[in-house]
Structures are given as structure tokens and as C-alpha cells.
Design a protein around this ligand. Structure first.
Ligand SMILES: [Zn+2]
Length: 85
């Protein structure tokens, strides 16, 4: 199994929040590829921060806590990948 190169993470200044704080501050998860978020709003060195499992996260919290542009682009990228196989 190959690990995909996408990292779902909180923007750096919010990365030390716990899950509960996370909800309280209404922070959103962004999807990083090569240290840049797909929505172009954030960049950070993803080696130093915690990755979230996006599928589990969506099941638990729903899409309201995930950056919409990142999610839309991410799904498109994943889709293209499975098509080109
Ligand atoms: Zn984003």
C-alpha cells in the first residue's frame, strides 16, 4: 500500500490545540501537498506537525471543520488518480 502525499493538518499557529479546543476555536483542517495547502492560504513544513486521518475526521466531525476548497480539490485529485490507473 502506498501512502498518499497529502497531509491533512491544522495551520501551524493552531497545531497544538487538542481536539476539543479545535472545535471551540472553529479551526479548520487544511490539506497540504508539498508543504502548501491546496487552497493556497497556508504553508508549513508538514514533517513537524500531526497528520489527521481525513476519513475518520469527517466521520466524527463532518465537513464543517474542514477547509472547503482543500476538500474539493483533494477529492478531485484522488478521483483523477484512481481513473488514471
Ligand atoms: Zn485549505
Amino acid at each position: 500500500m502506498t501512502k498518499n502525499k497529502f497531509n491533512w493538518q491544522l495551520p501551524t499557529h493552531q497545531s497544538n490545540l487538542t481536539n476539543n479546543d479545535y472545535i471551540r476555536y472553529n479551526a479548520k483542517l487544511h490539506c497540504y501537498e508539498d508543504n502548501k495547502s491546496l487552497c493556497d492560504k497556508h504553508s508549513q513544513d508538514t514533517r513537524y506537525f500531526e497528520d489527521y486521518n481525513i476519513d475518520e475526521f469527517l466521520n466524527e466531525h463532518g465537513e464543517g471543520y474542514v477547509c472547503k476548497s482543500c476538500l474539493t480539490r483533494y477529492r478531485k485529485l484522488i478521483e483523477n488518480k484512481s481513473k488514471s490507473r
